[in-house]
Design a protein around this ligand. Structure first.
Ligand SMILES: Cc1cc2nc3c(=O)[nH]c(=O)nc-3n(C[C@H](O)[C@H](O)[C@H](O)COP(=O)(O)O)c2cc1C
Length: 209
């Protein structure tokens, strides 16, 4: 099939997110100017650079009361956020923390998670998550949208501190089987990391070599 998104897909469910699967889930903790903590998952999330390590997450749409999502507002206002890895043992809490509670509600404690203080930023980390990145906001971009009621705000942040649970390292490598990342597919589907394979890296030869 071929379709132009503006014209519609003709299927029972929008296939777009399923076409870009799996997507890592950034479980983003922030704090607002008043000191209220916040936690929400974002599957429009990724690592976009290594030097310095840089991540992004994208807030789409508005809260049910028509206000902007807390995560990007807090990341903009305070200049800080934390990426927590979303894992299989924590999947129910990840999902529940996406509830659109009021800004004053601390989703981390509301869903029964223990907070851990960060070292370099104010937002707490999810203690039970084996990987957390402390981040400083670099830029907040408001991308154009053809639906004003569905804004698209992308937050970029520099990773200034990295926490990895030592129990998730095997011979100095992050052990996927121990971390148990979950990722988002399309529809209501999620995935864990399945069989893996290695490929030798191929570097293009420079012409003058
Ligand atoms: C697994 C998962 C992934 C999600 N990914 C996104 C996303 O990429 N962008 C988005 O705007 N909302 C996403 N949501 C919904 C937000 O988590 C939800 O709107 C949340 O209430 C936002 O919270 P905030 O207002 O505290 O930022 C996702 C929800 C789930 C369960």
């Amino acid at each position: 099939m071929f379709f132009e998104p503006d014209e519609g897909h003709g299927l029972a469910h929008n296939p777009i997110a399923a076409c870009v699967s799996p997507r890592p889930i950034g479980w983003i903790s922030t704090i607002n100017r008043q000191g209220c903590h916040n936690l929400a998952p974002f599957s429009y999330f990724n690592l976009v650079h290594n030097f310095p390590p840089t991540v992004m997450f994208s807030c789409n749409g508005l809260k049910p009361d028509g206000s902007p999502k807390d995560s990007w507002v807090n990341a903009r206002d305070t200049g800080e956020f934390v990426y927590n890895a979303a894992t299989f043992p924590l999947r129910e809490a990840v999902n529940l923390s996406s509830t659109a509670w009021a800004s004053e509600v601390d989703e981390m404690t509301k869903v029964g998670l223990e907070p851990a203080a960060s070292k370099l930023v104010l937002p707490n980390r999810v203690a039970a998550s084996p990987i957390q990145f402390e981040c400083k906001t670099i830029q907040v971009l408001h991308l154009p949208t053809n639906r004003p009621e569905n804004p698209n705000t992308v937050v970029f942040g520099e990773v200034v501190g990295v926490h990895i649970d030592d129990a998730c390292l095997t011979d100095g490598l992050v052990d996927y089987d121990k971390v148990q990342h979950i990722s988002r597919l399309g529809y209501l589907d999620f995935a864990t990391i399945g069989p893996r394979f290695e490929l030798p890296r191929v570097f293009a030869k420079r012409e003058q070599d």
